[in-house]
Ligand binder design. Structure first.
Ligand code: SAM
Length: 289
């Protein structure tokens, strides 16, 4: 490793401008940490000097292209756990952790509410974190339109299932929004794609645009409001009375979507901030009639 570290420092000093553009705020300490982690814990574990050098060169070529460290190491931290990730799923974001907190607090207070849907589950980080947090067995459905994303969800479920309360049930379903889903949920959590493909794209960092799945990020503006209206209509229908919808959304668009949720029948529709104070979540209740 000392020899590799010397080469890595040389590479880092030479490529600092490129690296800073790809990884804002990157410093030598973080770079070194990523490299050490790779050599210690991942598929970069190597034997001979030549294998070690080849692994280092592969790492250099990936960082030159700006591949997020989470995809290089195949792991990302979310809430209280480490998740397997690859380029088929969004890298879980820290702001989404508040969605888990709100969901878990609702479920802890309502002990008769056990049926949870995470729509657009990706890595499964929301569904799995909720299942581990609530402290009693839940019936969890994790759905996504992408088969490849669901393979990642299942890897993460297998890795975390022993940390879930006994009798927790967890199923993955391929579904375009509600096309293959049954009804009868007490809580629907969703972090759907919510960036307008053209209007908002300029605000998206190049590294995200180049490496994260567009299916997880973008919606076409012409379909945007209708896409969410259909999501709200189907969510309302799929919820049990007194069930709750919790949705992450775009800070610039959530206030336009709130009236659509009300039109679908939701009551007490609220927009909640993330930890940075930006409008980030929409909550609506399906009241008992
Ligand atoms: C923003 S990512 C969220 C992933 C994960 N839940 C998270 O919070 O990190 C959106 C997810 O929704 C999925 N998705 C996109 N369109 C969908 C649709 N029409 N129906 C269901 N899932 C969809 C994507 O494949 C992606 O996994």
């Amino acid at each position: 490793m000392p020899c590799e570290l010397g080469l890595a420092k040389e590479f880092f000093d030479k490529e600092i401008d490129l690296l800073s553009a790809h990884y804002p705020g990157l410093n030598w300490h973080r770079f070194q940490q990523e490299l050490k982690d790779l050599f210690l814990r991942t598929h970069y574990r190597v034997g001979s000097d030549s294998e070690s050098r080849a692994a280092l060169e592969e790492f250099f070529s990936q960082v030159r292209m700006g591949v997020p460290f989470e995809y290089i190491s195949n792991r990302a931290y979310f809430y209280r756990s480490e998740f397997y990730v690859n380029e088929d799923v969004l890298i879980p974001r820290s702001e989404t952790e508040s969605l888990v907190e709100i969901a878990a607090s609702f479920l802890k207070k309502s002990i008769d509410k056990n049926k949870v849907l995470d729509l657009g589950t990706g890595s499964g980080c929301i569904a799995i974190s909720i299942a581990m947090e609530v402290g009693r067995a839940l019936e969890v459905t994790a759905s996504d339109i992408s088969d490849k994303a669901l393979e990642v969800t299942r890897i993460n479920y297998f890795r975390h299932q022993f940390l879930m309360p006994k009798k927790t049930s967890f199923k993955t379903i391929k579904s375009d929004r509600f096309s293959n889903l049954e009804e009868g949920f007490d809580l629907i959590a969703t972090n759907p794609p919510y960036i307008k493909e053209k209007a908002d794209r300029g605000l998206v960092h190049d590294q995200v645009d180049m490496h994260e799945p567009h299916l997880a990020l973008y919606l076409k503006e012409a379909e945007y409001d209708q896409w969410f209206k259909e999501l709200f209509d189907s969510s309302f229908k799929a919820l049990n009375p007194d069930g709750i919808l919790l949705m992450e959304g775009h800070e610039n668009h959530l206030s336009n979507l709130a009236p659509l949720a009300e039109q679908s029948g939701f009551n007490h529709v609220k927009i909640l901030p993330d930890l940075q104070g930006s409008n980030r979540f929409l909550q609506g209740i399906k009241l008992q009639r």
